[in-house]
Design a protein around this ligand. Structure first.
Ligand SMILES: *Cc1c(COP(=O)(O)O)cnc(C)c1O
Length: 362
């Protein structure tokens, strides 16, 4: 088996952290994303934190992000003593709204230290709009691509738009290891070098510390070797995800559901997420028919227990409405035709109180 051979190759080399497999994976993944540099780290949250540090975000500095994206950017900002600030999302893509970002920037007495845009559920954010607003304001930005390996627009892939971009290789992501893993990509050699130093004690060279805030966040050789193997399947697996999403969206046309805005190349379909005012009844209906579903994510960041007291005045209408209505349906590579049929039949059999013409196929 290919996986056995891969693991054996690493075991026989007897070198387990930051070696040949890591170097080769970094080279291959950078090329795959169409970006000059890739630096692997221990997980996606570390990728975000080290990217913020590489941009010189200081403790107390503000990091603007969306509040519907699972708290990962918030956790990374808080971990380094920065302060997350929230911007509403676009009602179609559910990703950071450039218009809301422009307003948020105009309303602030001082510039935030950085902006994080998450390609939520695999849907590429409005990268052109966000890049323009950030450039105008002179604020650096970061792409969070942890759900969007391979999403692309105009021949450019997620991870190639911002000065720094972050990936997670947690097992359930579109590209997943057999444990934790992450990476930062960048077109900028200086920023990539900073992340490389930060992931290993702040070293510029062995035992020579040049970067403040360095620590241990390394990828191991076994994970890198597995990721090299799985990278070869990513394009096909993303195509499978998109094909399932297209079947769903066609089948759900005319139902009282809001559907993803795209099932095309700009969506890596990490999750297939519908919106409905009757989420809990639909969930129960699906479960009774053997269809599992989940909510990504039920609580917006500014309403999480750790922040709620300090964010009582924050209002994000689109974000809050989305968190109350999103429902993720089963969608993964290797899902069988009959399984997709079962989900479609179960959703179509749902008779809620609400009858609208909201659903439109993408
Ligand atoms: C999974 C995920 C992360 C965090 O990655 P970990 O490897 O679990 O630390 C960050 N951002 C988003 C959008 C994610 O989905």
């Amino acid at each position: 088996m290919a996986l056995d051979a891969t693991l054996q190759r690493v075991l026989q080399r007897n070198w387990f952290v930051l070696g040949e497999e890591v170097r080769e994976f970094e080279r291959e993944f950078a090329a795959w994303c169409g970006v000059a540099h890739c630096v692997t780290v221990a997980n996606g949250t570390d990728a975000l934190e080290l990217a913020l540090r590489a941009l010189d975000v200081q403790p107390g500095g503000e990091v603007l992000c969306a509040a519907n994206a699972g708290f990962y950017a918030s956790a990374a900002a808080l971990a380094m003593g920065a302060v997350p600030g929230y911007v509403d999302v676009d009602d179609g893509t559910l990703t950071l709204s450039p218009a809301a970002l422009r307003q948020a920037l105009a309303a602030r007495p001082s510039k935030p230290a950085a902006v994080v845009a998450t390609h939520l559920y695999g849907q590429l954010a409005d990268v052109e709009g966000i890049a323009a607003v950030c450039a105008e304001a002179g604020v650096p930005w970061i792409e969070d691509c942890a759900q969007a390996h391979g999403a692309e627009r105009g021949g450019r892939k997620a991870g190639s738009f911002a000065p720094l971009a972050c990936f997670s290789f947690y097992p359930t992501k579109n590209l997943g290891a057999l444990g934790d893993g992450g990476a930062v990509t960048s077109p900028d050699a200086r920023l990539a070098d900073r992340v490389r130093a930060l992931r290993q004690y702040g070293w510029s060279a062995k035992y020579h510390v040049s970067e403040r805030g360095g620590r241990n966040s390394r990828l191991d050789e076994l994970q890198a070797a597995v990721l090299r193997l799985k990278l070869g399947h990513l394009e096909r697996q993303n195509a499978e995800r998109r094909a399932i999403a297209r079947r769903y969206s066609e089948a759900f046309e005319g139902l009282a559901l809001r559907l993803p805005v795209s099932c095309g190349a700009d969506n890596a379909v990490h999750l297939y997420v519908v919106r409905t005012a009757q989420r809990e009844t639909l969930r129960a209906h699906l479960l009774a028919r053997g269809v599992a579903s989940d909510v990504h994510y039920p609580v917006p960041d500014h309403q999480q227990a750790v922040l709620a007291a300090s964010r009582a005045g924050v209002r994000l209408p689109v974000t809050e409405a989305a968190c109350a209505s999103v429902l993720s349906l089963p969608c993964f590579p290797g899902m069988r035709e009959e399984e997709v049929d079962t989900v479609i039949a179960a959703v179509r059999a749902f008779r809620g109180q609400e009858h609208g013409q909201e659903a439109r196929a993408c």
